[in-house]
Design a protein around this ligand. Structure first.
Ligand SMILES: *Cc1c(COP(=O)(O)O)cnc(C)c1O
Length: 401
């Protein structure tokens, strides 16, 4: 068993984990790693959270799957709870983030089609964006490295620079259906969009009859200290894709919408075999049980601030390794000077799992249940990793890594 039978599309670290406990992962040979990647912001409540395990086991003994040809109580309940806490009135469940984005894109197009403007199908997107790996979502993300070799990109996306409000305005035309943005770019390197900027985009959409479509797949479900990160800006989107944290490790996503926006998606327009099956819904409801507990999100915000302050200390003490820290809540990025992949690898040698990202950033995305002590432990380990790298920089050639 060596992985040779798998597609070669991932550059994997040579680590095999057997089990997890909270913020810790344990390899098959007994080594413990502090998990500040959380499976890319997925294990929102850490590993093997008892409430999630109980919910999944209880559901597994009753019913795993039925098709969307019948009512599914878990879907109805989770949708109601999401709507109660957000701008949304309607929810469609999917299996993944990219599929939630596909629902959002199709709904945005179909909304204008239904409202007598079939030519309005284009979405304005942003340089550095990431919206998934399906054919439509790689076109939306617009990154050449993800588009190369896969034929003509899906039509209908107009990409503008990340930081140029005038470019957005200039890109709006008679075919524009909406604006699609991540409130904080995740894969792009934890690049936060100014909250004032987000309010400006909302106003532009209102002025031009466009839909504001948010990709909160990475930022959502408490990651930034609010249930959804756009709440910081005091605005509401018209459509929103979520995934990652909502399943706590069970793969599923959702597209949330206002009732008048979702109204176009009548029977026959879209569907999924697995999306929103009873197992996924049992776990999603259990995740919300915890995340919506009084004080939970405030605590995430508080811990995020502590982590950010301590990470800023690392930037001060290792200026050769780190340039800056940015992000919100427990979604932070350390911009590196040497290749971020080297810093992530050095941290791994210290038993700390981080995650690379664009713009030469190492992401810190711990489970939302991380403790103050675990934050200190993580900072110590990154500190040691940075010292290790400095030592290598000062003694080139002495330490082949
Ligand atoms: C992870 C991610 C996606 C894609 O989700 P998948 O579940 O991998 O399809 C889309 N958008 C953002 C912002 C993400 O972080």
């Amino acid at each position: 068993m060596n992985g040779q039978a798998l597609f070669p599309n991932y550059a994997r670290a040579d680590l095999v984990f057997e089990r997890g406990e909270g913020c810790w992962l344990i390899t098959t040979d007994g080594r413990r790693f502090l998990d500040f990647s959380a499976g890319i912001a997925v294990n929102s409540l850490g590993h093997a959270h008892p409430h999630l395990v109980d919910a999944l086991k209880a559901q597994a003994e009753k019913l795993w799957h039925v098709s969307n040809a019948v009512r599914i109580e878990g879907q109805e309940r989770l949708a109601e709870r999401l709507c109660e806490r957000t701008f949304a009135d309607r929810v469609m469940f999917t299996n993944s983030g990219a599929e939630a984005m596909e629902v959002a894109i199709k709904t945005a197009r179909r909304f204008h089609y239904d409202n007598g403007a079939p030519d309005r199908y284009r979405l304005i997107t942003f340089e550095g964006a990431f919206h998934g790996r399906t054919l439509a979502t790689i076109a939306a993300g617009g990154q050449p490295k993800y588009l190369e070799g896969f034929g003509p990109p899906v039509e209908g996306f107009d990409q503008v620079p990340f930081d140029d409000p005038d470019a957005v305005k200039a890109a709006i035309g008679p075919e524009t259906a909406g604006i699609l943005i991540e409130p904080i770019q995740g894969e792009g390197g934890i690049r936060p969009v100014d909250w004032a900027r987000l309010r400006h985009l909302r106003a532009l959409c209102d002025e031009h009859g466009l839909l504001l479509v948010l990709d909160e797949i990475q930022t959502g479900v408490g990651r930034t200290g609010r249930l959804f990160s756009h709440e910081w800006a005091g605005i509401e989107p018209d459509l929103m894709a979520i995934a990652k944290g909502i399943g706590g490790g069970f793969p599923f996503g959702a597209c949330l919408a206002r009732a008048d926006v979702a109204a176009c998606m009548v029977p026959g327009t879209h569907g999924t075999t697995f999306g929103g099956n009873p197992l996924a819904m049992a776990v999603g409801n259990a995740v919300l049980d915890i995340v919506l507990q009084d004080g939970f999100l405030d605590e995430v915000g508080r811990k995020g601030l502590a982590l950010k302050q301590k990470a800023a200390g690392l930037v001060d003490s290792h200026p050769q390794v780190f340039e800056t820290v940015r992000g919100e809540g427990l979604m932070l990025g350390l911009k590196c000077r040497p290749p971020a992949a080297d810093v992530v690898a050095a941290a791994r040698e210290e038993g700390l799992l981080g995650m690379g990202a664009g713009d030469n950033v190492m992401r810190l995305l711990p489970p939302l249940i991380v403790s103050e002590d675990e934050i200190d432990e993580a900072i110590d380990r990154v500190d040691r990793a940075a010292s290790r790298i400095e030592h290598r920089l000062e003694n080139p050639g002495a330490h082949p890594s």
